[in-house]
Structures are given as C-alpha cells and as structure tokens.
Write a protein of this length. Structure first.
Length: 181
C-alpha cells in the first residue's frame, strides 16, 4: 500500500514539520458536517473541500520541496461518515451502490464512521426507522466488513471531528515512518 515515491527515513524534526502540514480532504458532496468543520476550525486544522472518488474524508501531504516532496501526496486512506444508524441502514439497503464504493476503496484503508455512540446496540434492537430486520441488517453489515476488510466505528457526533483528524493524522505519521506498507 505504501506508494511513497522514495525510501527515506525522516528525522523527528522533519516528521513534525510534515505532520503540521497535512490537509484534510472533505468530499464536496458531504452534508450535515458542520460540527466536524467547526472542530477543524477551532484546532486550526487545514482542510479543503474537493470531490473524492471514495468516502467523505481523506488526507494529503502538501508538497514540501525542502524535504524532497515535490508535489502533493494523496494518502491511501478514506473514511465514510454516516450521521445516524438510519442513514447507515439506507446505505446497506442500497447494496449495489454501497458495494461499488467498497470495490473502489480496495486499495485504500477504509473506515465506516457512524455518528451514534449506541449504534451497534441500536442495530441489535432495531432502533431505526427502516423495516429492515435487525438480524438481516447486521448480517449484511458484517458480511460487507469481512468481504472488503473494513471496520465500523460508532461515536458521538461531538467527537466526530476529533476522531477523523486523529485517525488521519496517525495514519500519515505511521505511513511516513514506514510502518504502513
């Protein structure tokens, strides 16, 4: 997975410099994410709106010629955000569209983020608006997870920005350290 254009070990100082430069990419079609953008703004985290082919959030390392990075590097990670279990169940029910996105994500680290800290329990109890049976819903979700190698994370809305940033930050950090290949 590591497509870094050259093999190089960055010093701690260089690594710190690069990590301060990362930019979060937000899909331009992403909706209802004001709390996430407010978190980024409050922490002075650079982000830009762009059309992503897969997922809702990704990250790039802007060029840094003084450290040998002559052009922006888009890292192989994406996060798909659902604002509720209700939105997740609609996504799972639209199997073809969701599976096509998962197929496109195969060369990326993919995480499905659901803004509901009790999401898993809500699935088990059928606490969502759809008539989709909980057992079938969970079976579909878990089948997709195992087939396409991703995980689903359930968190509160107020923690979504924090989670997204740190998931992307530590991916970049480990990627640059050569821990992800």
């Amino acid at each position: 997975m590591n497509t870094f254009p050259f093999h190089y070990r960055f010093t701690a100082k260089e690594l710190k410099t690069l990590l301060q430069r990362i930019t979060i990419l937000v899909d331009s079609r992403e909706q209802q994410n004001q709390q996430i953008l407010e978190y980024f703004d409050s922490k002075k985290i650079p982000y830009e709106s762009t059309k992503l082919e897969v997922g809702d959030y990704s990250v790039k390392l802007p060029s840094c010629p003084e450290l040998g990075i002559i052009k922006d590097i888009h890292l192989p990670i994406t996060l798909e955000r659902k604002n509720s279990v209700d939105e997740l169940v609609q996504t799972i029910k639209d199997r073809t569209r969701f599976e096509n996105e998962l197929i496109r994500s195969q060369k990326l680290r993919f995480t499905l983020l659901v803004e509901d800290p009790n999401g898993y329990e809500n699935i088990l109890r059928g606490n969502y608006r759809s008539q989709y049976e909980p057992k079938a819903f969970l079976a579909s979700l878990k089948s997709f997870e195992t087939r396409y190698g991703f995980s689903t994370v359930y968190i509160p809305k107020r923690a979504a920005g924090h989670f997204l940033y740190h998931e992307l930050y530590y991916f970049v950090r480990n990627y640059l350290k050569g821990a992800i290949s």
